[in-house]
Design a protein. Structure first.
Length: 124
């Protein structure tokens, strides 16, 4: 039996602002529905990812930001950083560590993201 992680829930204070931010970053808006009063469910997926994020109203307990950090993995950290900058996202410089290269950014609610590049995965 496979156990797959397919959706991570994020607390947000403004659903439309969060949806605009993640759309600008390049996430695909998969689903946006209000199945009942007081509930809105938005699901978005990063390009090429098997895991989506979900946020909205009436679906996540607790206030923003999330307690942890979410990580995106890329094959080119320089291009990923440039994409975020071009999208108007405040993003860190590339942090080169012995085990990998990283950039960091927060969404408008302070949910923290790491973008990771592992050189050994992409070298011949």
């Amino acid at each position: 039996m496979d156990w797959t992680l397919e959706v991570a829930f994020l607390p947000v204070t403004d659903v439309d602002r969060a949806k605009e931010f993640y759309t600008r970053v390049g996430f695909h808006p998969d689903h946006d529905a209000s199945p009942s009063d007081g509930v809105r469910f938005v699901q978005m997926t990063p390009p090429g990812s098997g895991c989506s994020i979900a946020f909205g109203t009436g679906i996540v307990e607790g206030a923003a930001p999330n307690a942890g950090t979410l990580m995106l993995c890329v094959s080119d950290i320089t291009s990923a950083r440039r994409h975020l900058v071009d999208a108007g996202v405040e993003v860190s410089d590339v942090d080169v560590q012995q085990w990998g290269h990283f950039v960091y950014f927060d969404d408008p609610d302070g949910n923290h993201w790491n973008v990771q590049y592992l050189p050994y995965r992409y070298q011949n």
